[in-house]
Write a protein that binds this ligand. Structure first.
Ligand code: NAD
Length: 455
């Protein structure tokens, strides 16, 4: 099939590469001309495990353009994968979506095109995109679409940064929202290699033994749009719940990792997303829970669970500062080594990263923050420009003379650091493990005073 993707970010590029790998003819469009030039030259704009390898496998069927006219006319399927960042009022900013919809509407041509909204958008956006496209089509052609028809479907994306390629090839499910049989048939055909798992797995991403087929769920547009928000709200809720329990465990002298393991073995609950820590971040959970609250307000439905999920999450960041303060008393002039800048390991994404938030807040209180990240330190330096945070190339440089280390991201390389040497180089060997990630006995043996979350 001929596929166009509008937006080559984490979602667009991953989707484009995956569809090209599966045998479709894919053109990825982005308004960022530098990004398009880099991609055309084989340079990837962000870090994602296995993306370079998949990109190489798919490159024959993958093209890049900065003008949607090179991709939209004649495409069987056009994906919208532009960003929907948080707006000032909590609602997602749909400016990019509007531009993309108008652009597609003015260039769509051919017998039938399915326009797929993969960006995370509030309920009702599918109808809005279709109306924008129709207007743009009429403005350009002077008449209603005749001989050219299109239909907008919702196909929410569930990939996790850090395992995006794995999640795309071996998804838990694919959701299609549409009441248009022909569009659903096109989407079923597009995704058949995935749903039936008929492709040959790349050697570096073998098919898990448990994956034989991938369910494709069809539903109406509104339900599909809601699925994405409800999924993210539930996942963020699980993390906030365990963090709330962690605070109580700490007070009563329990260990939240034992509690989490025991409750997670209940099959009704499941073990994942029960890791206590400094809380969630990233481009989706914060933005999507906020959008959900706005949607609730718009439709007169209060969503107290979603509101509490957010409250508990952002409180975790305050608690890091409070705990540092209670140990060090005065933060002004203290030197704090912060390990990890990204919101989780295996990505270079810094959006709504707890680490950056904590770095900024510590710096604002007069602490001297020295940040390290194995992948995203250059990006972090640009992001933190003017915040008074020093970005270091090595952990040793960040820890040298420090009053405390805070581990903010669970990068595997932090597990086996030369802890004795680090402790010896610090002013006070104090360690806050914000992800309960380190071997407590080992770091204590190296001379650290260790503090985890909820233990
Ligand atoms: P991103 O910001 O990384 O990428 C968006 C890209 O779209 C940018 O490269 C931008 O230049 C481009 N763009 C903007 N307007 C354009 C236009 N009119 N024409 C062509 N290109 C345009 O965003 P992302 O993280 O890939 O997220 C995309 C959407 O997917 C969002 O709605 C997000 O909520 C959702 N989502 C993201 C993830 C994730 O983990 N990142 C997961 C699931 C869903």
């Amino acid at each position: 099939m001929r596929v166009a993707l509008i937006g080559t970010g984490y979602v667009g590029l991953t989707t484009g590469v995956t569809l090209a790998f599966l045998g479709h003819d894919v053109t990825c469009v982005d308004v960022d001309a530098d990004r398009v030039a880099a991609l055309s030259a084989g340079r990837l704009p962000f870090y994602e495990p296995w993306l370079p390898e998949m990109f190489a496998l798919a490159s024959e069927r993958l093209r890049f353009a900065s003008d949607s006219r090179c991709a939209v006319p004649g495409a069987d399927v056009v994906f919208i994968t532009v960003g929907t960042p948080p707006g000032a009022d909590g609602q997602p900013d749909l400016t990019f979506l509007r531009t993309a919809a108008c652009d597609i509407g003015s260039h769509v041509a051919g017998d039938f095109t399915v326009v797929v909204n993969k960006s995370t958008v509030p309920v009702g956006s599918g109808n809005w995109v279709e109306a924008l496209m129709r207007d743009a089509f009429m403005a350009r052609n002077g008449s209603r679409p005749k001989g050219t028809s299109f239909s907008v479907v919702s196909n929410p994306e569930f990939l996790r940064e850090g395992s995006a390629l794995h999640d795309s090839l071996y998804a838990d499910r694919i959701v299609i929202g549409s009441d248009h049989p022909r569009s659903i048939a096109v989407m079923q055909e597009l995704y058949r290699p995935l749903t039936e798992q008929t492709f040959t797995s790349p050697a570096f991403l073998p098919r898990p033994d448990s994956v034989h087929t991938v369910p494709l769920i069809t539903t109406d547009l509104a339900s599909a749009e809601l699925v994405k928000y409800a999924s993210n709200a539930f996942l963020s809720l699980k993390i906030s719940f365990i963090n709330e329990m962690a605070e109580l465990a700490e007070r009563v002298g329990g260990d939240i990792s034992h509690v989490a393991r025991a409750i997670g073995l209940d099959r009704r609950i499941g073990p994942r997303f029960l890791d206590a820590g400094i809380g969630w971040g990233g481009s989706c959970f914060g933005k999507d829970t906020c959008a959900l609250l706005s949607m609730g307000a718009e439709y007169g439905v209060s969503l107290p669970i979603v509101a509490a999920t957010r409250e508990v999450n952002y409180r975790q960041r305050d608690r890091v500062i409070e705990r540092l303060q209670s140990k060090l008393k005065i933060l002004k002039g203290r030197s704090i080594a912060l390990l990890g800048a990204t919101f989780k390991a295996h990505t270079d994404d810094l959006r709504d990263s707890p680490a950056l938030d904590i770095a900024r807040r510590l710096a604002a209180r007069g602490a001297w923050v020295r940040l390290h990240d194995p992948v995203a330190i250059g990006k972090a330096e640009r992001e933190l420009d003017g915040a008074g945070v020093a970005c270091m190339d090595t952990v040793a440089a960040a820890a040298d003379g420090a009053d405390a280390i805070v581990l903010a991201t669970e990068w595997p390389e932090y597990r086996d650091l030369p802890w004795s040497e680090l402790a010896a180089s610090m002013r006070t060997p104090l360690l806050f493990d914000g992800r309960n990630f380190l071997n407590e006995a080992k770091v204590r043996a190296a001379g650290f005073e260790y503090h985890g979350i909820g233990r």
